[in-house]
Write a protein that binds this ligand. Structure first.
Ligand SMILES: [Zn+2]
Length: 191
């Protein structure tokens, strides 16, 4: 099944029992503002207005049986998005692709989820009749944000504050950017 926005009230149990999968894709060109309203927290990470340009998601649910025969619901979620962030080298926007994929296992209650999450490879969530998949998609994308966004190759010259010995040994001919401002003002204003 394909839908643009992830459902906020998904019956994971029903999806798993039919081994179903759902997926969707929103982009700025065709979905416009729906991107920002559907993924408000992620849109806020963009360093330019209306910068979030694409979100794609794919969820696949299945029922697995434990050795004792009892069924458990599993969900595999694959998400990706493109959002401009500030490059930490040149401080200009860098379009950054976020991606994440993870298995989730559903259990019946919160205390079981807390107890089992610590020693499980998969994330453990509580099975509820109306599961908010949209929030999970956005959580996964937010967790995929890089700590230090950076261009592979910066599009502008990078001003570095780290002094290179070879440069440090040269006489410092740099001037304060406003050093000659007064002279120019005097010329212009005749004062
Ligand atoms: Zn850069």
């Amino acid at each position: 099944m394909t839908m643009n926005t992830p459902p906020e009230q998904l019956n994971v149990q029903a999806l798993a029992s039919m081994g179903g999968e759902i997926s969707g894709h929103l982009d700025r060109a065709s979905s416009g503002a729906a991107l920002d309203t559907c993924f408000e927290r992620l849109a806020a990470e963009s360093c330019v207005p209306n910068g979030l340009s694409r979100v794609a998601w794919h969820a696949q649910a299945e029922v697995r049986h434990l050795p004792d025969g009892s069924p458990s619901v599993w969900l595999h979620l694959d998400v990706s998005a493109d959002v401009p962030l500030v490059c930490q080298r040149c401080m200009t926007p860098v379009m950054t692709t976020l991606s994440s994929e993870r298995w989730f296992r559903f259990v019946s209650d919160e205390s079981t989820a807390e107890a089992e999450d610590e020693h499980s490879d998969e994330d453990v969530l509580v099975l509820v009749p109306k599961f908010n998949l949209a929030a999970l998609v956005e959580d996964e994308l937010l967790m995929a944000l890089p700590f230090v966004p950076m261009h592979d190759v910066c599009p502008v010259p990078v001003v570095t504050s780290v002094k290179d010995q070879a440069f440090s040994d040269l006489p410092d001919e740099r001037q304060h950017p406003f050093a000659d401002l007064k002279a120019k003002m005097n010329q212009a204003g005749g004062r």
